[in-house]
Design a protein around this ligand. Structure first.
Ligand code: NPQ
Ligand code: MG
Length: 377
């Protein structure tokens, strides 16, 4: 069957407040400026969410740059691809000449995939090869002002049912808070840490002090481009090393594994250029016996639904950062915000992403709208 013809792409920016500030080693987020991508085809429409941060602090991408590259470089290529008849699996191919900008590409691919699957009445979960109807839900806990506050916050999340805790760490907020959480909640608590690249090669002996805590993993201790440093660190600490920022493609995952830079991989579709590449990261890791889990980027209901579908693949054997919508938002942009039930989030079964936008609410938080059409080029 011929792919549907792409008619127009709406780039919508929305502003959403976080329920509470989220502090990581690279900064404090209090609200989000999110770019939504809405494609209209002659067979229906679809939505995607760009997970780029407001500022280039997690990675080089950021919201404003993503909108620019989509408008100026990605959409012209998509509209020029076979008369704008573009299947979801061709999006990455059509956009490949443009280097980087994976989060921007991923948002576009997601919107095209949503439209395609909706027109076929199929779900993303089914399309990706999901084998689960629900996935366990973990939560990422930001850096806070004191150990007492941290114990309080973690206790609250455990009461809410989260089955795994991830603590954000940075130099000066690592061994002590980890020790305190372990002491308070016991050895059975599944616990891991994420440094977002805040350490350097010389910190191996310091990080080895985390060994006694029996962590599931330490995520991205060193800079994104320091694969060799991670490989060396992995030989010097007992905690398994997991990579996030460094894994920008399935090939990067294969290389990191071959180098011994990680024994676990955090999969984020935005970081690798789309859900289809994310599935290939999963496949490569599965072939090497490397467990994967699904990361989070403070997504709205669209990204959360997509992540739950991805995390339902068989190789996702570790609990991911797919939390309830209420972890970050007082009000989500979808009609049925994701909830944690019995420590799990449901894998959506409806067509496409399986979620519907609360259009009047989206309108009320929209800060700008831009529509790009083939004719406008
Ligand atoms: C991580 N996420 O695993 C990221 C980091 C992160 C849930 O810990 C705006 C956009 C702010 C993206 C803050 C979690 C962000 C962001 C942190 C991503 O490394
Ligand atoms: Mg991370």
């Amino acid at each position: 069957m011929e792919p549907a013809q792409l008619r127009a792409v709406e780039l919508r920016r929305i502003a959403l407040d976080l329920v509470t500030p989220f502090r990581t080693s690279f900064g404090t987020q209090t609200d989000r400026d999110v770019l939504l991508v809405h494609v209209t085809t002659d067979d229906g429409d679809g939505w995607g969410e760009c997970v780029a941060g407001d500022d280039p602090l997690y990675s080089s991408e950021y919201t404003e740059a993503a909108q620019h590259v989509i408008r100026a470089h990605l959409l012209p290529r998509l509209f020029a691809h076979r008369g704008a008849r573009v299947a979801a699996h061709e999006v990455a191919v059509a956009l490949d000449p443009v280097k980087g900008h994976r989060m921007a590409k991923a948002a576009l691919e997601c919107a095209v995939l949503d439209a395609e699957l909706r027109s076929q009445g199929r779900s993303v979960a089914e399309h990706l090869g999901a084998v689960r109807e629900r996935v366990p839900s973990g939560v990422s806990v930001g850096i806070v002002g004191s150990i007492a506050e941290l114990i309080d916050v973690v206790g609250g999340y455990l009461d809410a049912g989260y089955v795994r805790i991830k603590l954000k760490i940075e130099p000066g907020w690592d061994v002590e808070p980890v020790r305190a959480v372990r002491a308070e909640f016991g050895d059975a608590l599944p616990l891991q840490v994420d440094a977002n690249a805040a350490y350097r090669r010389g910190d191996a002996r310091h990080l080895a002090q985390l060994d006694e805590a029996g962590l599931l993993l330490i995520e991205q201790p060193l800079p994104e481009d320091d694969l060799l440093g991670h490989a060396e660190l992995a030989t010097r600490i007992a905690t398994p090393v997991c990579l996030d920022e460094s894994i920008t493609s399935a090939r990067a995952a294969a290389d990191a594994i071959a180098l011994g830079a990680c024994s676990i991989v955090n999969v984020k579709a935005g970081r690798v250029g789309g859900y289809l590449e994310a599935r290939r990261v999963h496949d490569v890791c599965a072939a090497h016996g490397v467990p994967v889990w699904c990361g989070g980027m403070l997504e709205t209901g669209i990204g959360r639904a997509m992540n739950a579908a991805l995390a339902a693949l068989p190789g996702f054997t570790l609990t991911g950062d797919i939390s309830a919508s209420t972890r970050f938002w007082t009000r989500d942009i979808v009609t049925e915000p994701m909830q944690v039930v019995d420590g799990h989030v449901p894998v959506p079964t409806g067509p496409g992403t399986g979620v519907e936008l609360d259009e009047s609410f989206v309108d009320s938080v929209t800060t700008s709208t831009e529509t790009v059409t083939a004719a406008a080029r």
